[in-house]
Design a protein around this ligand. Sequence first.
Ligand SMILES: C[S@@+](CC[C@H](N)C(=O)[O-])C[C@H]1O[C@@H](n2cnc3c(N)ncnc32)[C@H](O)[C@@H]1O
Length: 293
Amino acid sequence: MLSSAFAKHSLKCRALSLSALRALSTTNAVKQDNAYTHFGSKTVPKTEKEKLVGNVFSSVASKYDIMNDVMSLGIHRCWKDHFINKLDAGKRPNSAEPLHFIDVAGGSGDIAFGLLDHAEEKFHDTESTMHIVDINADMLKEGEKRAMEQNKYYNDPRVKFLVQNGEVLDQIESDSKDIYTISFGIRNFTDIEAGLAAAYRVLKPGGIFYCLEFSKIENQLMDVMYQQWARLLPVMGSIIANDYDSYQYLVESIEKFPDQETFKGMIEQAGFKSVGYESLTSGICAIHWGVKV
Ligand SMILES: C[S@@+](CC[C@H](N)C(=O)[O-])C[C@H]1O[C@@H](n2cnc3c(N)ncnc32)[C@H](O)[C@@H]1O
């Protein structure tokens, strides 16, 4: 079902990223352990973060493509294509059962539609099902709009759009999904461990957790270039989308997200086996995976 490269096991572990540690004062670290968390560079009550993240994505929803193209110079499209091709998921012709996918934080539909297209084009799979879950109704509406515009996956009984917090997924049955994907979403979660636990719960034994997220740049020169670029992003956000603050949050949320090895350790902690990752474009982002056994 999955590419052999993906099925092979590779295991590593590590500690908190230095930049994340530097960014936190001792006081903030203590606060984070309790009722506080980070929202970009700010420390906010955990109960507030969901609303603040919601505001960001409601604000950028209608300009989501342009936002991604600006932030990544269009490279996000290549990362997403690679993510989908590497997973190589779809019901094989000799298999009796369709696959059941869930794409969390999937508002734009980019990954969900890409996965279904791949399954159909490569394996003639027109049976597998997809739950597209996002906490933000505005982002999900963008995904539905795209499905309508491309006249595919809209009103398709195989595809369901669901407003739901990925940290909970209480409308999704346990042990019901074959593939859980999340792309550029998990860094926005208030409680990433809870999101990983929910992913583990909804997957069937043998099911795959598969995540694309910004990560830590491994090449010094690239890092210097990225830091310069990141400084410009909120200004560009303000010019292109009249929205400085949302772009500032997006840059800061990338800075705060754990590096490859730390996140790998978190996935292992959640119970997944055969955990591994692949850094893309010198670690600007990374694909992480794990299998529920
Ligand atoms: C940068 S967008 C990524 C959208 C899409 N996956 C992609 O790659 O184009 C991040 C998405 O995460 C969603 N999100 C943030 N926190 C979430 C949560 N706790 N549960 C579900 N979705 C969440 C946002 O609403 C937004 O749609």
